[in-house]
Design a protein around this ligand. Structure first.
Ligand SMILES: NC(=O)c1ccc[n+]([C@@H]2O[C@H](COP(=O)([O-])OP(=O)(O)OC[C@H]3O[C@@H](n4cnc5c(N)ncnc54)[C@H](OP(=O)(O)O)[C@@H]3O)[C@@H](O)[C@H]2O)c1
Length: 164
């Protein structure tokens, strides 16, 4: 049973599917107000309407610092504050290094590393001013050991774990 989340305002990146979507549903079912972020607007809209008045959403890309600032602004306008952020958005394209999938490598840097930093940068001034706040980042088993075919992803998730 999830405790102490009632009336907490929680931003969730990567809320349009998977872990982020399920977390949003669970938090909302336990009384939290959720601010949903991802790029697929149609999925966010559907999820927000399922949750009801305790959800708001913004089509936003974690790689874009302005989008993350807009997300925090929306949370404050709609719910008055931000108590926590779940920096969960991430991608996991696989492939051996010798395949030189350099676009995938760059996308992982943009989303799995810079995306987490952009999310943190957007909320930290709020948390510093109010002297409270929680930042939760999704790492992975790939953040604790090496996985063949996931070299770049492992590096990113070690970064997330180091940031915890
Ligand atoms: N599934 C696993 O086995 C597993 C294990 C360990 C860790 N993880 C980690 O868990 C997190 C969630 O993954 P998942 O398994 O739930 O996969 P998923 O269903 O593919 O969810 C990934 C989420 O990240 C969002 N996202 C991707 N790029 C984004 C961007 N540039 N800006 C904003 N949102 C973006 C996606 O939304 P849009 O495409 O709509 O933007 C989606 O909502 C990731 O960090 C992943 O690395 C997953």
């Amino acid at each position: 049973m999830m405790q102490n989340v009632e009336n907490k305002v929680i931003i969730i990146t990567g809320a349009s599917s998977g872990i982020g979507e399920e977390t949003a549903k669970t938090l909302a079912a336990n009384g939290a107000k959720v601010v949903l972020s991802a790029r697929r607007k149609d999925r966010l809209k559907k999820l927000a309407s399922e949750i009801g008045e305790n959800a708001v959403y913004l089509k936003s890309d974690v790689a874009d610092r302005d989008d993350m600032a807009a997300l925090v602004k929306l949370a404050k306008e709609r719910f008055g504050k931000v108590d926590a952020v779940f920096a969960n958005a991430g991608i996991m394209p696989a492939g051996n290094m010798s395949q030189l999938k350099v676009n995938d490598w760059e996308a992982m840097v943009e989303i799995n590393i810079k995306g987490v930093l952009n999310t943190m940068a957007a909320v930290l001034p709020e948390f510093t001013a109010q002297k409270s706040g929680h930042i939760i980042v999704t790492s992975s088993m790939a953040g604790t050991k090496s996985v063949p075919g996931n070299a770049v992803y492992c590096g990113k998730k070690h970064f997330c774990k180091g940031n915890a």
